[in-house]
Design a protein around this ligand. Structure first.
Ligand SMILES: [Zn+2]
Length: 174
C-alpha cells in the first residue's frame, strides 16, 4: 500500500465539513484503526485521504470489471466510517461543555435565627401626674419595668384605679 506522507487539509475557503452517514464492517474498522495507528494518522485523515484518492481517479467501477467493485466497497465503507467520525466530532463540538455546578447559594441572610426582640420601652405616661413606683399588690407590672404606674397625688396604682372604674361601670345598676 502506498504510503502518503501528507495529511488531509481542507482547501482554503472550504465550508465546514458536512455530515455523511455510512456504516463499515467492524473488521474494516479494525483495519482502518490499525492503519491509522501504524502511520500515525487520525482516522479522519485516513478516511478523507482514501476518499480523495478515490475521487481523484475518475472511473466508473462498472467500466473496470469486478476487480474494482471491492475498491468501491472499501470506499463506501470508508465513507461510512468517515461519517461516523464526523458525526462524533460534530457531536462533541456541539455538546455543551461540562461546567462546574452552580455556585453554592449565598448565605441565607433571611434565615437568621429569630432573636427575641428587646422589650418595648415603657410607653410614655404623664410624668407630671404619674410615676413608676413600687409594684402594687395586684402586680400591675408597667410594661415589664417591675414597677407600677402610680398617681403622684394619691400614690395609687393607675391600673388598679382603672380596674376599679371599669368594675363600677360594669356593676349592676342600682
Ligand atoms: Zn395595681
Amino acid at each position: 500500500m502506498a504510503k502518503h506522507g501528507r495529511t488531509y487539509r481542507y482547501p482554503e475557503g472550504e465550508q465546514r465539513p458536512v455530515s455523511l452517514t455510512v456504516r463499515v464492517p467492524a473488521a474494516l474498522y479494525d483495519r482502518l484503526t490499525q492503519y491509522a495507528s501504524l502511520h500515525r494518522y487520525s482516522l479522519t485523515e485516513v478516511v478523507l485521504e482514501g476518499i480523495e484518492s478515490r475521487l481523484e481517479t475518475p472511473a466508473d467501477p462498472r467500466e473496470h470489471g469486478a476487480s474494482d467493485e471491492s475498491h468501491t466497497d472499501v470506499l463506501h465503507q470508508l465513507e461510512a466510517r468517515l461519517e461516523a467520525i464526523v458525526d462524533v466530532k460534530i457531536a462533541a463540538a456541539l455538546a455543551p461543555q461540562p461546567r462546574a455546578t452552580a455556585a453554592p447559594p449565598p448565605p441565607a441572610t433571611a434565615e437568621l435565627p429569630q432573636v427575641a426582640s428587646p422589650p418595648d420601652p415603657a410607653p410614655p405616661f404623664n410624668t407630671h401626674t404619674q410615676y413608676l413606683g413600687k409594684l402594687c399588690p395586684q402586680g400591675h407590672n408597667y410594661a415589664g419595668t417591675g414597677q407600677s404606674l402610680r398617681n403622684k397625688k394619691s400614690a395609687s396604682c393607675v391600673a388598679c384605679n382603672t380596674a376599679a372604674i371599669q368594675a363600677r361601670r360594669h356593676a349592676t345598676p342600682r
